[in-house]
Design a protein. Structure first.
Length: 199
């Protein structure tokens, strides 16, 4: 990732080609050179990378924590759609939205983020209930507004989909077999989410 940020035009030598036109770059778990991270993991470098890659790809997926996005507010201008992930519990919704409010100092930035966001429910639990109703993804989007979880989210978030809860989700790292190859529900869920995010 650091090498790709430093030279985005050379992504073919710094990223991994998974198949066809699918490329991946990531920060290794054992990477600990903080000076290089500080030098290259900056707002301008990330925007430069996205801008450069847009010339070669139809879709660029950036997995970035909300706190990093809050540190780089200008990055919102380079992003077409944000996958706002939360579990279908009241606690998860309130915590996620509170963290957004605490991270972004300018309220208009939060409204801008909200306007670009689509809701993805992770670890979807069909037994999660609020006021005797199952919290479906659509119901969660309604509750965010109707219960006033955030003053900055004034319209219901479009729902991109949900990822079913599977107790052994974390074990795919140990088995080295992607969960999509082990459970067809997951394959359908991820494909549907991706299509709704880009559609």
């Amino acid at each position: 990732m650091i090498r790709t940020l430093a030279q985005p035009q050379s992504y073919q030598t710094t990223a991994v080609n998974i198949e066809n036109n699918l490329w991946l770059t990531t920060l290794g778990y054992d990477f600990n050179d903080s000076s290089l991270i500080e030098k290259h993991f900056t707002e301008s470098k990330i925007i430069g990378l996205i801008t450069a890659l847009k010339h070669s790809f139809d879709l660029i997926v950036v997995d970035i924590p909300l706190d990093s996005l809050a540190r780089f507010p200008a990055l919102l201008n380079s992003i077409d759609v944000i996958s706002l992930c939360m579990e279908n519990t009241i606690y998860s919704a309130i915590t996620t939205l509170r963290n957004i409010s605490l991270g972004f100092t300018e309220r208009e930035r939060i409204s801008y983020l909200a306007s670009k966001s689509k809701l993805v429910v992770t670890k979807y639990n069909d037994e999660s209930i609020y006021n005797d109703e199952i919290i479906t993804p659509e119901r969660l989007s309604e509750l965010i507004i109707s219960e006033g979880f955030s003053e900055d989210f004034e319209i219901e978030l479009p729902v991109a989909g949900s990822v079913p809860y599977i107790s052994w989700f974390g074990k795919q790292i140990e088995s080295d077999i992607p969960i999509m190859e082990q459970d067809k529900r997951m394959e359908g869920a991820y494909e549907g989410i991706l299509l709704r995010l880009i559609g």
